[in-house]
Design a protein around this ligand. Sequence first.
Ligand code: G3H
Ligand code: 13P
Ligand code: ZN
Length: 313
Amino acid sequence: MHYSDFGLADTKTLLKQAMRQGYAVPAFNLYNMETLTAILDAAKITQSPVILAVSESALEYMGGDILMGMIRGAEYKRGQIALHLDHGHSFDVCKYACELGFSSVMFDGSALPLDKNISESRRVADYVHKFGMSLETELGVLAGTEDKNTTAKNHSFTNPELVKDFVRQTKTDSLAVAIGTTHGAYKRKSANESLRFDILEKITENIPNTPLVLHGASSIPQKYVNQINKFGGDVKNAHGTSPAQIRRAIKMHIAKVNVDSDSRFAFTAAIRKTLATKPEIFDPRTYLSKATDEMTKNCIDEIQNIMGSGYKF
Ligand code: G3H
Ligand code: 13P
Ligand code: ZN
């Protein structure tokens, strides 16, 4: 099936508009019915364009047929919501996402040597463009644990001198850049560690028409860290990227901002509190509804206070 048959949006169109108007489209990760519902409710309430991000491992966890069954059954406005493969590591998984009806894929060749990253990205571009889908690629490496396939100990910032040729050779529609954000819940060394805006500025000068993507952009709200720790969890030193820095990056052509960890924190904090304070509960629907509502609340907060994408649809 084609993404337009599901009423899904063209990611490229969403990102171009965001870049022109100086806001970012949030890409929230999902893994089940509850996280899908949380994201779509937030999109509806805020009237924001939203990208549903599905990682390779989330696709494996749900199964393609179940995922697409949920998308078919979900309610959203035509053209408001895009479905995107997050961190696809092979041509085959990108092709599979295309066949399922995704709007776009990320081919993540950031761990490959540059020439291989370019040739594989171009191969995916040539394939997905035939179906009107769009492609995100990555140049540079983010530190942190991305998924079970990718963990990098150190950053390797995007080299601004390479981006123009990379975009031309790969035919990518958007580019993920490494400017100091980190995947996961343990990001900065110190509270005031800054993103590399100098690098971002040079990148935007060299590829002024390419929407940029910020991965590892969770801000890790401390209220959730505290709530998890208070009710039996142990995520003591979790800390994120400051919302002010993300807002500043959005004004510099970051048109897609990826958030996963914040949703995990909101969801888990709500479950821990519910189970700890109401020990008589054993119906999963009771605590999963609380978790869904908390995740919706957090997505709304980020749309309104970080992305600036509310009322853009
Ligand atoms: O950046 C990657 C996402 O946070 C996905 O992680 O593979 O654990 O679903 P996951
Ligand atoms: P966080 O771990 O900061 O939420 O990053 C998510 C991400 O980049 C998904 O691709
Ligand atoms: Zn990522």
